[in-house]
Design a protein around this ligand. Structure first.
Ligand code: FUL
Length: 579
């Protein structure tokens, strides 16, 4: 039974759809239903687990002993329960990482859970996760690494055999009704990494994609190729601004420019979601000596991904027992509570909006009516200014804008002003809006706000303007004290990076850590994992440090990030560019 507002919403929805079709022409490539659904979902969880967890490493060699894989307390139901409760809509399970070890009892290799002591060799991790996902109605995705360091078929001379092997496993997973959320998969993740020195096996992507479509219809595909999801170009959870959810297929591939992936292409012809992936911990796999990232960092990931209009894929790695770490669970609940508080009250709801409008069907008040289906549009000349009157002074520091992507992404630049003591002052500005744009500014108390659209590829179409106040985060003392002297350094491959960590206050001893964020194709190529512990003594204000980079062939510039943390909290970051 629908409530009265839902009935109205449905009615408006149907009417609007007809009108938009007749009055507003779609612009550029359009998202399909599955892409739209993922944008709306906003949050997905990654689970990296396997031999690496037991060998305390990030990349395996393919020679890891299956006997060491024994997560005696593994509880997939608990993973899914926590993820569901903390707002994740999809879970992407790594069933085969680069080491080639398979986490379900595939018939196509013996290098799998069958050869492990876990559940006496009768375990099936994909099945256990699928059952839990079905119980909690959580979307499922699967990561099946194309690069396979174990398979003897992974060789240019046996390419056809390897492609058939990969395809056979895809079929095994995607055609089994006991796998997925009630047999359904929402995403297949084809990682683009391949270690230095690995065979340059060519993948038969087209056949793989076709198989996915045959078996799972509109299932989204993450790959380096022309598919529905692209990598965002970094593993820091940061989308670019502008962020165009469109690309030109000929710019993709394993050699795609990272910057291109991060921003997309204003003239792109393929609708592509730039998925922002990052791990809750420094590594993708669990390591005892690492800590989850701070709430402050998660909030930054969120504003730089979801807040720029693209989903956040956050990795939560189970430990050797097969459980999420208690600290990680706590962090996920804190993160969920942060978002709940952020969205608790839309301070612009019901605000009076004035400005030009295409027709009464696309009137300004649709922006603040709280209805998803109603929208505003204007064909007035740019810049177009919309003025909101909240009716009273309100305190906020975030403005949300949304475009109706069903008709294509259009807005290319905007800025926001607030009236403070009778004077209009800049609140902030951005380039693209997309599915959802969260723009943060200083905390202000204002009654009137102006949103000015300065650039758009076609007539702008917004569904919503909202205002929020972010929950207060308490910065720890230590965060104020420590920093890298440089924010970015350039270095020649194979040489050492020299850098300095400084602290302003030196009254007490302090322990900090330097670690490197793993990066696709960059990890094991430009650097090797290394963690340095810095113990500052009383009175000590500076530490000079050295870190080796690796030599690699080719003239690419690769970058990675050094994280400076205190008690698991990120204090500062240093970008290292290697060329
Ligand atoms: C990368 C891999 O090399 C990492 O190990 C991890 O799986 C990440 C999500 O993708 O390319």
């Amino acid at each position: 039974m629908l409530s009265y507002p839902q009935v109205v919403d449905n009615f408006v929805n149907k009417r609007k759809r007809c009108e938009m079709m007749t009055k507003i022409k779609p612009h550029g490539p359009l998202p399909n239903q599955a892409q739209l659904a993922y944008l709306e979902d906003e949050l997905a969880a990654f689970i990296h687990f396997g031999p690496n967890t037991f060998y305390d490493q990030e990349w395996g060699s393919g020679r890891e002993d299956p006997k060491r894989f024994n997560p005696t307390k593994l509880d997939a139901r608990e993973w899914v329960r926590v993820l569901k409760e903390t707002g994740f809509k999809k879970l992407i399970l790594v069933v085969k990482h680069h080491d080639g070890f398979v986490l379900y009892p595939t018939v196509h290799t013996d290098y799998s859970v069958k050869a492990s002591p876990w559940r006496d060799g009768k375990g099936d991790l994909l099945l256990e996760v699928s059952q839990a996902a079905t119980e909690f109605d959580m979307d499922m995705g699967v990561y099946l690494s194309p690069w396979d360091a174990h398979s003897p078929l992974y060789h240019v001379d046996r390419e056809a055999g390897y492609n058939a092997y990969y395809l056979a496993q895809l079929k095994e997973i995607l055609s089994n009704p006991a796998y997925g959320n009630a047999g359904k998969f929402a995403e297949v993740w084809m990682d683009g990494a391949r270690g230095e020195g690995a065979q340059k096996v060519n993948y038969e992507f087209e056949t793989w994609f076709e198989t996915i479509r045959d078996l799972q219809g509109d299932c989204l595909i993450f790959s380096t190729e022309e598919t529905s999801i692209r990598w965002i170009g970094n593993e820091r959870g940061y989308a670019g601004d502008p962020l165009w959810q469109k690309v030109k297929p000929d710019q993709l591939g394993t050699e795609a420019e990272l910057d291109y992936l991060q921003h997309g292409d204003p003239f792109g012809t393929l609708f592509s979601i730039g998925e922002a992936d990052v791990s809750l911990r420094p590594g993708w796999f669990y390591h005892e000596d690492q800590d989850p990232k701070s709430l402050e960092e998660l909030v930054e990931f969120y504003f730089h991904s979801v807040g720029r209009g693209t989903p956040l894929l956050l990795n939560i790695p189970p430990n050797q027992d097969g459980l999420f770490d208690e600290k990680d669970i706590r962090r996920l609940y804190e993160f969920a509570a942060y978002r709940d508080t952020l969205y608790r009250e839309d301070l612009a709801l019901g605000a009076k909006v004035s400005g030009p409008a295409l027709s009464p069907d696309f009137a300004c008040h649709h922006l603040t009516d709280g209805l998803e289906a109603s929208s505003w549009a204007s064909d007035a000349e740019l810049p177009i200014q919309l003025e909101l009157d909240l009716g009273a002074l309100k305190t906020f520091d975030v403005i949300e804008l949304r475009e109706d992507l069903k008709l294509g992404q259009r807005i290319a630049a905007f800025h926001v002003q607030v009236e403070l003591d009778g004077v209009w002052q800049e609140f902030g500005s951005g380039y693209t809006v997309g599915y959802k744009r969260l723009l943060r500014g200083s905390v202000v108390e204002a009654q009137k706000i102006r949103v000015t659209i300065t650039e758009a590829q076609a007539l702008p179409l917004l569904t919503k303007i909202s205002l929020y106040k972010t929950p207060t985060l308490l910065k720890k003392e230590a965060v104020q004290q420590l920093e890298f002297s440089e924010k970015s350094l350039a270095v020649t491959k194979g040489e050492n990076v020299h850098f300095t960590v400084k602290r302003r206050e030196c009254s007490g001893p302090l322990e900090a850590k330097i670690s490197i964020q793993p990066g696709t194709g960059v990890h094991g190529v430009a650097y090797q994992d290394e963690i340095q512990v810095l113990a500052f003594q009383v009175g000590e204000t500076e530490k000079r440090l050295t870190l080796p980079t690796l030599y690699y062939t080719g003239d690419k510039t690769l970058d990675f990030y050094l994280n400076l943390t205190v008690g698991g909290q990120l204090v500062d970051q240093l970008q290292v560019q290697v060329s």
